[in-house]
Structures are given as C-alpha cells and as structure tokens.
Design a binder for this molecule. Structure first.
Ligand SMILES: Cc1cc2nc3c(=O)[nH]c(=O)nc-3n(C[C@H](O)[C@H](O)[C@H](O)COP(=O)(O)O)c2cc1C
Length: 338
C-alpha cells in the first residue's frame, strides 16, 4: 500500500486556529502525549506528512527532568523542525514543579502541559495522573505554582473523572481555568474505563459549557470520519490524536486537509519506507539501549495497517536486536501484498 496524501479541499471549512497566549495552533490538531511513542523519531515522521498544529513529548517526571541530558535523553532529544512542541509534566505535588519548569525554559519549550489524566496504577500510587482529579486541592496548588513560574501557554490533560453526574468534573475544570490553565485537553473516558469502551465525546460538550478556554477533544479518533463526528458531538475547539496517528502517521494531514481545508502537499510514501525512516531516525539519534523498545512500541500500532499485521508485530516483538527486527520486518514486507 502506498500512502497517498492529497487532501480534498473543502471550501466550506477554514482553518480555525487556536491562539493560546503567543502560541498559534493551526490547524487545531494536537499530538497526544504517549509514553514510549511521542519521542523525536516518531514526531519527525508525523511532521513529514504535515497537518500537526502542536506536537507533544510523553509525560516527563518533574523529579528526573532537571537531571536529564537533553542531548542523549530519549525523552528530550528534539530537532529544530519539531515545533511547536509542548512538554508534558507528571507530578503529584506542587513542590517540584518550579525546577521542572526552569528546565523546560532552558529547553525552549513552546508550551507546558500538566498530566492529570494518566490512569496507570503505578502513577496513581504516588498521587499523580488522574488521581489528581480526586485531589483537587493539590491539583490547584500544582496549577497555581506552574502559572506563577511560567508565561508559556499552560494546558492540562484530564479524563472525565471518577463518576458521572456529580458536578465534580465541571467544578474541577472551572478551578483549572481559574488558576490560569490556558487550554484543556479531555480524554473522553472515565478514570477506570479501558480503551475498549467507546469514548464519551458528548461529555466534552458539557465541559465546554462551563469554561471559556479552548477545549480539545481526545480519544478514539482513527479516521477523518471519526474526527468529523467527534467535533460535531463534542463541539470541541480542536482534536488531540494519539494511537490513530501512530498507526497512520499521515492522519493529521488527512484531517487537516478534509476538515480544516489546509492545503497539505501531496506525498506518496510506502509503508515499508515509513518504517525504515523510523528505524533510521532511531539509529541515528538514540543510544543503542533506547532503540529496540521504541521500535517494538511503534510496531505494535503500525502493524495494524496490514491484514496480517500481528505477524509483523510478533516477529519484531521477539527480536533481540535492531538488526534482527529490521531483517524480520523486511521479510514480512517482501512477502506481504500491499
Ligand atoms: C502507549 C500509550 C502511552 C500513553 N502515555 C501517556 C502519557 O504519557 N501522558 C498522557 O497524558 N496520556 C498518555 N496516554 C493517553 C493518550 O495521550 C490518549 O489520551 C489516549 O491514548 C486516548 O487517545 P487516542 O484514542 O487518540 O489514542 C498514553 C496512551 C498510550 C496508548
């Protein structure tokens, strides 16, 4: 299969840029932070297709961030082309946010995001991620401290909270806005809901009613049709794409063209070429110990472009070196009709 991106220009639609402080997000299509995935190598593949309004890192622990070496840290490696780039911070307390934000200023971050949506038990054990939605006083202190320490655009990424209908969600969102959050990304699932559960885009419309800052809808957008439906149901100001853009790194470009009328340049690239470009970026810029895990994480999603993709994924998954993974993937591509 060749990936041919030529967006249909829709004269009805116009790019509806979001302005957050000095940052213009145009089109309003954001990359979701994803651990092990949204690092420089994959970001570069995505921007090669165009259509991304704001890139993101994965979540970065406020404790270790200030000690990371940006030239070799797989979390912080970044090329100039990867712009604008938002850095997501993970913290359970306001006390460590100042040093982390100083580090982000030194890294020339374009925006700062606060993780208040990660449902992982490991993260929750420390009182971080979505657990902060049940610790609103600490969440308030975190936002207030972050706001005090930076003039950069400040966003938060949340889920729908623990339960429906209690009014807690709206109160929480209003608190975030009141403390100085400039933009809110909402993963439209409750705290414990797995990916198998359909996202609840309509709940985002309720959040939009109670705050004025831009609200970005996230969760379950895998196609242009999903994007249109999500925007219609949620009334959100923009979309955040996660797994869909890992499976199909050209998804931003398709949505930008069709939904927002952006004139994206035509590019024809084969799936094996995308895969090879990703491997080459890993090999060029990451220390050997950081490569194979990231290739496996990407392959888990990218393999879904093939009918028998599980075979590609399992071959790469059981590889013990980059060379072995590359060779096995090459054999799969050579024997698979596109
Ligand atoms: C492998 C993986 C890692 C993730 N890591 C993060 C993260 O670091 N920070 C975060 O806020 N959300 C994280 N998420 C959640 C995504 O940002 C996003 O909210 C979720 O995948 C739903 O969007 P999607 O359906 O477009 O993938 C992660 C999701 C996945 C699948």
């Amino acid at each position: 299969m060749n990936v041919s991106i030529k967006a249909e220009m829709n004269v009805q639609t116009q790019p509806q840029a979001i302005q957050v402080r000095n940052l213009v997000i145009n089109p309003p299509l954001l990359l979701a932070p994803m651990a092990g995935l949204t690092h420089s190598a994959l970001r570069r593949i995505m921007i090669g297709f165009g259509g991304v309004g704001l890139l993101s890192t994965e979540m970065l622990s406020v404790k270790s961030l200030p000690t990371e070496n940006p030239r070799v840290s797989p979390y912080l490696i970044r090329t100039e082309r990867e712009s604008p780039l938002s850095y997501q911070l993970l913290t359970s307390t306001y006390t460590q946010i100042g040093r982390a934000i100083d580090a982000l200023h030194a890294l020339k971050a374009d925006a700062v995001d606060l993780n208040m949506g990660c449902p992982s038990t490991a993260v929750g054990k420390f009182g971080a991620g979505v657990v902060l939605m049940d610790r609103p006083d600490e969440a308030r202190r975190i936002v207030a401290e972050a706001r005090k320490r930076t003039a950069l655009p400040l966003s938060a990424k949340i889920r729908l909270g623990s339960d429906a209908g209690s009014g807690k969600l709206k109160t929480f969102c209003s608190m975030l806005e009141g403390e100085g959050v400039d933009m809110l990304a909402v993963h439209a699932r409750f705290r414990h809901e797995p990916f198998a559960r359909n996202p609840r885009w309509a709940h985002i419309a309720e959040i939009k009613e109670c705050i004025k800052i831009p609200v970005i809808a996230n969760g379950g957008v895998f196609s242009v049709e999903d994007a249109e439906e999500c925007l219609r149901v949620s009334g959100a100001d923009g979309l955040m794409l996660g797994r869909g853009a890992v499976i199909r790194p050209w998804l931003f470009s398709e949505i930008a063209g069709t939904v927002y009328g952006v004139d994206v340049p035509k590019r024809v690239v084969s799936l094996p070429d995308i895969y090879t470009a990703f491997i080459e970026a890993l090999n060029a810029d990451y220390r050997p110990i950081y490569r194979l895990g990231r290739l496996k994480a990407f392959t888990h999603y990218f393999a879904r472009n093939y009918q028998f993709g599980h075979s590609l994924a399992s071959r790469v998954q059981s590889s013990s070196s980059m060379d072995e993974a590359r060779e096995r993937a090459g054999t799969f591509f050579a024997n698979t009709k596109e």
